[in-house]
Ligand binder design. Structure first.
Ligand code: HXC
Length: 493
């Protein structure tokens, strides 16, 4: 019996070696951790249970039968993050460059199926060279099985990809279909074909964030998991919060500058509203004119979408619309309420945007908000001009509670543009134009016309924003909306 137990120990030890000490050392020299070290950091201590550590490839091409490594280049299993169940697979670059073989794909597929069955998030850690070149079509088909499961799980369980080394060929498309992609600066890069490596994909919208090293990336993934629901039925996690929901913040009363064209940082408002100032920003480096991310109110996750006046005056352009639309759809799929802060001078004008598909991209955000069934709370802090007023979670497209600060300006456009159009005949008379501008500002650039007609539910004191949002979200906790039966919608892609 002792022999048998020792044999098991021996086989486990061999499997844990992966591609061997030398290749493991090379990982470290390159500033990367090994697959198992990464899993250790990602999961709660001692919680990892590994699947299929003895699986070997079955290829006999090019002398492959002589080079079998137990585990076949991917470490798979499940464990917990702060006590909550997650599934994980980590590509082992020390074994055939983490490349995907038939059996390697089967291991990933097993974990994907298990995660879906158990309704828990799945996290993929990538450090890999794509399809195992020696296996040909068996590897290509392996990817297809993985891709199909990504799509089946989409909107049911959160799927997260972390790129921690090369990510080549077929390995890029599975992450591309997951909910979030994060990268490690300097060591990670993605490419579909050829040598053109994309290292700074955070700017290209492919990645949702980048971190300085493996340790930071993995610790941030633990933080993200704490914000996310386990699946589309459980609702958001509830964590203890020591931040009073009645807390007022008087500094918000002076956040908006006197000059309406002067910027201010909308992140200050988000940080002052969320519990303990804890905000996980998503896609921070892309389309900075809109801010998206997760915070908590009363210990429960909330998705925040906010125009950022510091960048392009917070205008909506194609990239900002796409970025926010994807975030809104994620929140809606997983029952995360959305709070929208509006300070938007409109859509970005110009032929570059028009030819670049602004109509289609802007429609994505309009569509995403309009189809939401989660609680939607909107606060207009300053400008809500033109079509952007409608798009940014207006009451008429389905938001539940719409508030305006006294500094809000809700109008078809700013005073200057409006006067130049409707009083064109007076353009040669500066006094008349100045008088007309003042008249327009007094009449339209305030929240009260909208409030008088019920387009906003209340004009609120900026200092009470957290309290009002918390009350609205508590009131909307059990929101139910019936939608007509359909196979699926036809989002303007
Ligand atoms: C088999 C591979 C491999 C692969 C790397 N290796 N990629 N083995 N299949 N796809 C092996 C190498 O032979 C080497 O083995 C070890 O992994 C480390 O690789 P290096 O090249 O030494 O490492 P590095 O210099 O860091 O370069 C990493 C790399 C490079 C950039 C990923 O290996 C590379 O370009 N690989 C090929 C990428 C690629 O074109 N893949 C196929 C894509 S087609 P030894 O024994 O020497 O340590 C594809 C189709 C699917 O994926 C499409 C579905 C939509």
């Amino acid at each position: 019996m002792k022999d048998i137990l020792e044999k098991l120990d021996g086989r486990r030890a061999a499997a844990k070696l992966g591609g061997g000490d030398k290749r493991g050392a090379t990982q470290h020299e390159r500033g990367k951790l090994t697959a198992r070290e990464r899993i250790e950091l990602l999961l709660d201590k001692g919680s990892f249970e590994e699947f299929d550590m003895f699986v070997e490839h079955r290829s006999t091409e090019f002398g492959m039968e002589k080079t079998k490594v137990p585990g076949d280049g991917v470490v798979t299993g499940w464990g917990t993050v702060n006590g909550r169940k997650v599934f994980v697979f980590a590509k082992d670059f020390t074994v055939f460059g983490g490349s995907l073989s038939e059996t390697h794909a089967q291991k990933i597929v097993k974990i994907q199926d298990m995660a879906l069955k158990a309704r828990a998030p799945i996290i993929g850690l990538y450090d890999a060279g794509g399809a195992r070149i020696q296996e040909g079509v068996a590897a290509l088909a392996g990817y297809s099985y993985v891709f199909r499961r990504n799509v089946q799980a989409s909107g049911v369980i959160p799927q997260i990809s972390v790129i921690m080394g090369p990510c080549a060929g077929g390995d890029v498309y599975s992450p591309a279909m997951t909910d979030f992609i994060f990268m490690v600066r300097e060591t990670s890069y993605m490419f579909v074909t050829g040598p053109d490596v994309v290292r700074t994909v955070t700017k290209s919208s492919i990645a949702d964030g980048a971190y300085d090293n493996d340790v930071e990336a993995l610790l941030q993934m633990r933080r993200l998991i704490d914000f996310l629901p386990s699946n589309n039925a459980d609702g958001v996690p509830q964590w203890p919060s020591f931040d009073d929901i009645e807390r007022v913040d008087l500094s918000l009363d002076t956040l908006i500058p006197d000059n309406p064209n002067k910027p201010y940082d909308i992140k200050e408002l988000i940080l002052k509203v969320v519990d303990e100032g804890d905000f996980f920003e998503v896609a921070e480096a892309f389309a900075k004119n809109i801010v998206t991310g997760f915070g908590r109110i009363a210990g429960r996750t909330v998705g925040f979408v906010a125009n950022q006046p510091m960048v392009l005056a917070g205008v909506l352009d194609s990239d900002a619309s796409r970025k926010a639309a994807r975030f809104v759809r994620f929140c809606d799929a997983f029952n995360i309420p959305i709070v929208t802060f509006v300070d938007v001078p409109g859509f970005l004008p110009g032929t570059a945007q028009e030819y670049g598909g602004l109509i289609k991209h802007g429609a994505k955000l309009l569509f995403a908000y309009s189809q939401c069934t989660v609680p939607l709370v909107t606060v207009i802090t300053r400008k809500a001009y033109g079509g952007a007023f409608d798009v940014m979670a207006s009451k008429e497209i389905g938001a539940d509670m719409n508030y305006a600060w006294p500094t809000a300006q809700i109008a078809v456009m700013g005073a200057k543009g409006a006067v130049e159009i409707i009083f064109r005949q007076d353009m040669s008379d500066p006094d008349k134009i100045a008088a007309r501008t003042r008249e327009y500002e007094d009449r339209f650039l305030s929240p009260f016309i909208a409030a008088e007609r019920g387009y906003v539910d209340d004009v609120i004191m900026p200092h009470s924003t957290r309290k009002r949002i918390a009350r609205a979200l508590a009131m909307l906790r059990d929101k139910k909306v019936e939608t007509p039966a359909k196979k699926h919608d036809n989002l303007p892609l």
